[in-house]
Write a protein that binds this ligand. Structure first.
Ligand code: DAK
Length: 257
């Protein structure tokens, strides 16, 4: 597929998607989301890719869903036409996805970043859910995911006022995993992704799935789920290799089985 709105590359075992609508600060229109989903699907089915990085430009990760595309939509037309369908693909990705965020990360852009597994931000990153200023509220998981990241008080603050939060505040309240200078952002994200991609792929995927279950389950059910998957890892060759390599003081050679 030839992409018009994103750039797709692989760097070793890392799949890299760069949102590329500079004229609209990477506003997310239907065509871009379809292309992103296509790229993620190709990474999922490629055994040579172990982790993905999703990034934008220095000025904007994404300034939200495309307001110009949305403005004239009506309810029945939107409902019947599955308007804005396909936005959950990132959250359904089984391999890890890192969001590398610089500049504006607003509305649907922040919702997209929160569907990734971790956010690495440059000092220039600005986060907001400004939908309230447009006469709507977040509609791609923002009201549900943001409080899980940063708690109810701060989520209410952001969602009801529409204000922007900088990277330092984002890291302090748990939205952002790491903050780096703008020139280091992509390197930092690619290095983290390469590290993840160098581990056993099924084990990484199980670890991701288990952490995500923590959002959906009670503690005791989650711990039980963890125990089941943990024990299953002793049926893998990679567990044998990982532990043997430790004992022999060498680097493990994981085979993804
Ligand atoms: N949509 C369309 N175009 C946008 C845009 C957006 N979200 N953000 C920026 N642009 C365009 C601007 O219109 C401008 O285009 P021209 O006028 O040059 O043609 C160009 O990008 C540069 O923007 P500015 O001239 O405004 O640049 P500034 O540096 O002055 O300001 C800004 C940057 C980010 C503060 C400003 O552009 C801004 O406030 N943008 C809008 C931010 C916003 O309100 N975002 C939230 C949109 S609502 C759902 C899925 C998703 C959603 C909902 C439901 N489902 C699955 C159900 C999401 C909704 C949203 O995200």
């Amino acid at each position: 597929m030839a992409f018009q709105n994103i750039i797709v590359e692989t760097r070793g075992k890392v799949g890299l998607v760069t949102l590329n609508r500079p004229q609209a600060l990477n506003a997310l229109n239907e065509a871009l989301i379809a292309e992103l989903n296509e790229a993620l699907t190709s990474f999922e089915s490629n055994p040579g890719v172990g982790c993905a990085v999703l990034t934008g430009s220095e000025k904007a990760f994404a300034a939200g869903a495309d307001v110009k595309e949305m403005a004239e939509k009506g309810y029945i037309e939107s409902y019947l036409g599955k308007f804005l369908d396909g936005w959950t693909r990132v959250a359904e990705t089984r391999k890890p996805v890192i969001a590398a965020v610089s500049g504006f990360c607003l509305g649907g852009g922040l919702e997209l970043a929160m569907m990734c597994d971790l956010i690495i931000a440059s000092e220039t990153a600005r986060f907001a859910l400004p939908e309230i200023t447009l006469g709507i509220m977040p509609g791609a998981g923002g009201t549900q995911r943001l409080p899980r990241f940063i708690g109810k008080a701060k989520a209410m603050d952001l969602i009801l006022t529409g204000r922007m939060m900088d990277a330092t505040e984002g890291e302090r309240c748990g939205l952002v995993a790491r903050v780096v200078t703008a020139d280091k952002l992509l390197d930092e994200a690619l290095t983290a992704a390469a590290k993840i991609a160098g581990y056993s792929q099924p084990i990484v995927m199980m670890a991701k799935e288990t952490v995500n279950r923590a959002q959906e389950m009670s503690l005791s059910e989650g711990v039980r789920f963890e125990r089941r998957l943990f024990l299953s890892m002793f049926a893998t060759e990679d567990q044998k290799e990982g532990m043997q390599a430790f004992i022999e003081k060498r680097k493990p050679r994981f085979q993804d089985r």
